[in-house]
Structure formats: structure tokens, C-alpha cells
Design a protein around this ligand. Structure first.
Ligand code: CO
Length: 494
């Protein structure tokens, strides 16, 4: 029997989940060659929130990071997380921007593109997958795991058929909230493996303490690889630690043979890095959190929620808001809770509790209800959809949302030139997603030094703490989640 392969996530999901994505390239480089020599199936080094974090907090060019990591670790394939049509942002981009982003990433050495859509709408994956394939790179289609009455294991496994039809090279079961249980993991892997021969990778988080057991069950069902990280950027809200996972497989016919001494060396090194990142780390992230199971929301979302509710002086309403989350999810067609939908559902749940159910719809709620993010897994509540139509004056989108977006690359190049920024496809795609941050990177202001970046544990106060209560009045307010600012227009309808 083939030993199980571990992919290592310490350079991406590990510190994204446990240290607010703040690990710098300089902190990675001293051990990149060691990681490269371990024999991992892939090193997840890029994508997800790292690109945003490089520009926003670390004064780093994300493509330079990729160049440096690739030069230091040339043997192991590099892997990135790509949010389909959202690229690494929160809204949809036109096809030409998605294509340009994938081309630039491939040019800078990216090998494996793990591509997902928050709604599991395969139409949002098509452009990215097609571009990856056209460049001869590895397209890994991801199925976002979530629990709801419309997410049966059979339905989730059926998404694998669509990914295979789009010529994906492998399939990832992506459990961003750590909700997979051993038995369900076993059934899902079996269901996919019984229909398709391509590799299946299981990605989970130890938030609720289930990931290691689920990995073992997935391995017994024939999974080809699992994602692990290295403590202190492992376990808790991150992936299981590599050493721990290896220890759990002692005596298993598929036990892997990763060099224990080297893993201990890596652990020692990353403990030093964690000391420098203390202010971005929280003991709450290390705790096995049964809240994650009872509320069925990602662990990261829970800690953000607590902070936001305090900011809004709604901390006494925690249970009420949490109870509202499944109500919002159901009304929006049982959308999975993963970036960006977790933020959207969370914000709407707070608005519902604050003003009364559906009295105020955030703009993003309106967009989801009108299909602008794609097709939700279940039907949208007709009452909410009617309110969304009324508020926006727009009709629901039934086709692929990106079909409504005009090409932007020529315009983006013009905008770069007009701002006196270096014109390149790399800068155009960065500017498309992070205009202010890209501009600040090239034209740094003294106040924008990375040391001045606020700690994630203390989000900025909402800019308009007094929310409107007068019917017919609209006003804008802002929420900060994980250092990301969300602006929403709130209208009191009655
Ligand atoms: Co993850």
C-alpha cells in the first residue's frame, strides 16, 4: 500500500489560521530549503490571504515572495489557494483578470492551483481551471465542505463529477471550518474514489478537534494526501501538526516516513518565529472549541464575531446572533460559511438582531440573494429575494455572474500608467484587487510602515457606531473583520 503523502501548509494556511497571515518572507526563507528537502507532496506557499497581507501589512510584493520561495525550494511543487472568480479577493472579477492572474502566478513558478468557490458553483471555477490547464499546470478542484439539509454527502460527491468534467488533475475536500467527522470523511472519499481515479486530498482544520481522526478515516478510504502544518502554526484553528499526524499513523500500513529530527528542527525554528508574531496570535485559536460544532461556523469567524459584537456594544446578544446565523444561511440558500460568505452571513445576522429580521439588508446580502455571487446550493427565501429586488431595483442573475463583467485588463494598465505606477500584468491584477494597497506599496507614506499596522485582535471601531433607526433613511457604516474593512449601506425600511 502506498504511504500517505503530507502536503505542508505552514507557509500559508498555518500562519493564516494562527497568526493572522503575518509571517514575512524573511521569516520563511531560513527553513525553506529544509521544508523543500522533506519529501512533502506540495508546499502551500501562496494565495489565500497572503497576497493581501503582503501588500497591506508587510510592505512586500507578493510576486517577489513567490520568486524567493520558489528559488529557495525548487524541488517540491508549490501550491496556492485560489478563490475561483474572486481570485484572492471578496468580489467577482472578469475573466480576463482571472486569466492574467493565473498566468502571472504560473510565470512566477506556481505549480498547483487549488481552486474553490464559496458557493460550490462550478461555473465560478471554469475560467481559472481552463487557464491553469492551458499553461500545463496542475488544477486541483476543491469541494467546500459544509453541513446543511441540502449538502448531502452524495451531492457533495457529485460536484466531483463536474470537476472531473472540467479536467481537474486532483480533487480536494476542503473543510475550512473543521466540521468533517471521521465517518463522513470516509464516506466522501469513498464516494469520490468509487467514481473517479484521480487523487483526492483532504484539507481540514483542528478547530473542533476532529481533523486528525477525520484524516485517518479519509486515509483508510483511499485518500492520496492530507494537509498538515508545523507547530506552533498547526493544530487549533490550523491543520494538524505533521509530527502528531505521523505519530498517529504508527503501525498503519500507509504510515509515512518523514524525518522526525528535521521536523523537530523545523518546530524549534517556528517557535522562534511565533515569538515575534505573539501579538497576532491568541490562545483561543489553540483551544479545541466545541462552540465551532454547536454553532457550525468556522472558528476564525467566532473570534471575529466576539470582537465585533463588543465593538457594537452587542456582546450580550452573542447567543441571539449565533442563533440567527443558520436563519440567514437558510434564507440565502444554505451557502457554505467560507470567505467571503462567512463575513456576509455574520454581518447580516448582526443586522437582523439589531434591527429586526430583514429590516436592514447589507449590500452583500442583496447581491447573494440576487445570484451575483453564483447559484446558492439551495433556494433563496422569496421574501428576502423580494426585499433585495426592491432595495437594488435589479432582477436576479441566473447565468454565470462573470458573464456580466466587461474585460478590465486594458483599463487597469491605463490606470496604473495614469497613477505613475509600473505597468505590468502583475501590477494590473494586484491593482484590480487591492488598489489602495498596491498604490501604497509603490508610494509608501511614513504612516503606512508595517510596524504601524493594527493588531488583528483589536479591530478598528465601526466608523459610524450609531446605526440608523429612522425609516427611509440610509447611511453607511463600516465593520472591520481580520483587519479588513467592510462598508455597507443600511436602509431602514419601516
Ligand atoms: Co484551510
Amino acid at each position: 500500500m502506498k504511504p500517505i503523502t503530507f502536503n505542508n501548509t505552514v507557509l500559508r494556511d498555518g500562519h493564516q489560521s494562527l497568526a493572522a497571515t503575518r509571517m514575512t518572507t524573511a521569516q520563511m526563507l531560513p527553513v525553506t530549503a529544509t521544508l523543500d528537502g522533506m519529501g512533502f507532496g506540495a508546499l502551500e506557499t501562496w494565495g489565500g490571504a497572503t497576497i493581501d497581507s503582503c501588500l497591506r501589512f508587510l510592505a512586500e510584493n507578493p510576486f517577489d515572495r513567490l520568486d524567493q520561495l520558489k528559488a529557495a525550494a525548487g524541488k517540491t511543487p508549490h501550491m496556492m489557494l485560489l478563490r475561483g472568480q474572486n481570485i484572492v479577493q471578496y468580489t467577482s472579477f472578469p475573466d480576463d483578470v482571472v486569466e492574467a492572474f493565473v498566468k502571472c502566478s504560473a510565470k512566477h513558478g506556481m505549480d498547483i492551483f487549488r481552486i474553490f468557490d464559496a458557493l460550490n458553483d462550478a461555473r465560478n471555477l471554469r475560467t481559472a481551471i481552463r487557464t491553469v490547464k492551458s499553461l500545463g499546470k496542475h488544477a486541483q478542484g476543491a469541494i467546500c465542505y459544509t453541513t446543511s439539509p441540502v449538502h448531502t454527502p452524495a451531492k457533495l460527491a457529485a460536484l466531483a463529477d463536474e470537476l472531473v468534467e472540467m479536467e481537474c488533475d486532483s480533487i480536494c475536500i476542503k473543510d475550512m471550518a473543521g466540521l468533517l467527522t471521521p465517518r463522513i470523511t470516509y464516506d466522501l472519499v469513498k464516494a469520490i474514489k468509487s467514481r473517479h481515479s484521480l487523487p483526492v486530498i483532504v484539507h481540514s482544520h483542528e478547530t473542533a478537534g476532529l481533523a486528525l481522526a477525520s484524516y485517518l478515516a479519509g486515509i483508510d478510504a483511499g485518500a492520496d494526501a492530507v494537509d498538515t502544518s508545523i507547530v506552533p502554526f498547526a493544530n487549533g484553528t490550523g491543520q494538524p501538526d505533521t509530527l502528531r499526524m505521523q505519530a498517529a499513523m504508527a503501525g498503519h500500513p500507509r504510515a509515512p516516513q518523514y524525518d522526525t529530527a528535521k521536523l523537530l528542527e523545523l518546530r524549534k525554528y517556528f517557535e522562534g518565529v511565533a515569538k515575534d508574531l505573539t501579538k497576532f496570535m491568541s490562545p483561543a485559536n489553540d483551544r479545541v472549541d466545541s462552540d465551532a460544532l454547536s454553532y457550525q461556523v468556522p472558528g476564525g469567524m467566532l473570534s471575529n464575531f466576539r470582537t465585533q459584537l463588543v465593538e457594537m456594544k452587542m456582546e450580550a446578544k452573542f447567543n441571539e446572533v449565533m442563533a440567527e446565523v443558520p436563519v440567514v444561511r437558510e434564507a440565502l440558500g444554505w451557502i457554505p460559511l467560507v470567505t467571503p460568505t462567512s463575513q456576509i452571513v455574520g454581518t447580516q445576522a448582526m443586522l437582523n438582531v439589531k434591527f429586526g429580521r430583514w429590516k436592514n439588508l447589507a449590500q452583500a446580502t442583496v447581491d447573494i440573494a440576487l445570484g451575483k455571487y453564483g447559484r446558492p446550493p439551495g433556494p433563496v427565501n422569496p421574501e428576502v429575494q423580494a426585499l433585495a429586488r426592491k432595495q437594488s431595483g435589479q432582477e436576479p442573475v441566473t447565468g454565470r455572474p462573470a458573464d456580466l463583467l466587461a474585460p478590465r485588463m486594458p483599463k487597469l494598465r491605463e490606470e496604473l500608467a495614469a497613477k505613475g505606477l509600473p505597468v505590468s500584468d502583475e501590477n494590473a491584477v494586484l491593482f484590480a484587487m487591492f488598489p489602495r494597497e498596491t498604490e501604497a506599496y509603490y508610494k509608501p507614506k511614513p504612516a503606512a510602515a508595517p510596524a504601524a499596522a493594527p493588531a488583528p485582535a483589536k479591530p478598528a471601531a465601526p466608523s459610524a457606531p450609531v446605526l440608523p433607526a429612522v425609516p427611509g433613511k440610509t447611511s453607511r457604516y463600516a465593520l472591520t473583520v481580520n483587519d479588513r474593512r467592510y462598508e455597507a449601506t443600511v436602509e431602514v425600511l419601516n
